[in-house]
Design a binder for this molecule. Sequence first.
Ligand code: IMP
Length: 410
Amino acid sequence: MPAIVIVGAQWGDEGKGKATDALGAHVDYVVKFNGGNNAGHTVVVGGEKYALHLLPSGILTPDVVPVIGNGVVIDLKVLFGEIDALTARGIDCSRLLVSANAHLIPGYNRTLDRVTERFLGKRRIGTTGRGIGPTYADKMNRIGLRVQDLLDEHILQQKVEGALDQKNHLLVKVYNRRAISVEETVEDLMSYAERMRPMIADTAKVLVDALDGGRTVLFEAGQATQLDVDHGNYPFVTSSNATSGGACTGSGVPPTRIDTVVAVAKAYATRVGEGPFPTELFDADGERLRRVGGEFGTTTGRPRRCGWYDAPVVRYATRINGLTDLVLTKLDVLTGVEQLPVCVAYDVDGVRQEDIPLTQSDFHHAKPVYEYFDGWTEDLAGIRSFEDLPKNAQRYVLALEEMAGVRISA
Ligand code: IMP
């Protein structure tokens, strides 16, 4: 399995880090290919807990080369904050490689993310406020700043001037904020340039060379299928491609080199931020999932919205990502629920639909059609194989497998 992509099947926070770790020992490169420090996963290694937002999880495994691909947006303060914190705990971060073409999140885009959300009011997206959206917008608008610009201060200065020419009008005239200075922005970014220099690489070439040499490369998506800017519930999405296609555009490794695509799905569903969520629970059952599942955001600490498993959402992930395997997490959180509802289709204004509706309005109106499964009361802690699961848990997993249309491999 030389090139493996791991994605989220639902709305994020499915436990992709755990699945990555499980493969960790056999992997030579771990690549982050989309998003930025809007992501967050907690990894426990040797009893020590690490919260990572920007660094690929491979940073914790001594022989793995962690790579930040061209599709990522980087907040330099956060990057070096994480590197310094890990170094202080004895983790060697010197293997990290960063694409020269990855984009930088300048301070003004953090400001814009927050003021835009405030301005949107009721129509807000519920972003993480990290400047992700404005930075991807700049990339598409061709006024973005890239990692390689740190190698030429003169060019960086010109690019910041060009961007701020537009953005200061917006900040001052529309949002009533103070203008941001070119000098301060350039100075802030350049303060990281010398530390960044040795990490900057043509990562697309490094990765294809590695695959040619028979190495195993793991591509780790941030966010998840329903948050993908093209294939998620737009506009309540992040601003990058979190599906398997993003692994190619976000790293420079062509689709013909990908062998395996694994999605991680929770045994129920959660979401942070705004947007449609047909199986969302507003009652004691939702509270219970949040409490037992510890469903609070790693990045913002926000309580996650919780609901029952939505089979059409995962089946959609199978198709969009071309899944070869599905990993199911947090089955243990469902222990003790007498009857487990699974959404098998939607009722959209009185019409049954098996798949995610075509239009945003219909998805907003979609009501779950539930099928019920008998629950179990046994504690699942310590169970490592399917055969050891209680019979009702086995039935639940097999039903989800059939509905997803892909093998559940862990
Ligand atoms: P942004 O990525 O900060 O622009 O936020 C856009 C949407 O994606 C919001 O609904 C966020 O809550 C959501 N989001 C971004 N990153 C994550 C993540 O890692 N897990 C879950 N939701 C996320």
